[in-house]
Design a protein around this ligand. Structure first.
Ligand SMILES: [Zn+2]
Length: 82
């Protein structure tokens, strides 16, 4: 994951969510992640939902974020920003 001096998109945030929740995100990426969360209510809600799911299951599994769920989420974001 390359460090970039540009804002993280919702799509990038979703792709990094697993690493973020596992605490394995690089410091630079984590900073971008937190900055995006501060500005984006949709991603905050999504993160909350993921944390609730993880608490319920007691662990994090990659299949909790199936591609179809990502697509649905990103479609919602696009609608909100339109
Ligand atoms: Zn977002």
């Amino acid at each position: 994951m390359a460090t970039q001096n540009q804002e993280m998109s919702c799509k990038e945030l979703v792709e990094l969510l697993t690493e973020y929740l596992e605490g394995t995100l690089l410091p630079a990426d984590r900073l971008s992640f937190d900055e995006h969360l501060a500005l984006c209510e949709g991603c905050r809600i999504y993160l909350d939902q993921m944390r609730t799911t993880i608490r319920t299951l007691g662990r994090l599994r990659e299949e909790l974020i199936p591609p179809q769920a990502k697509e649905n989420l990103l479609r919602v974001f696009r609608t909100w920003k339109a």
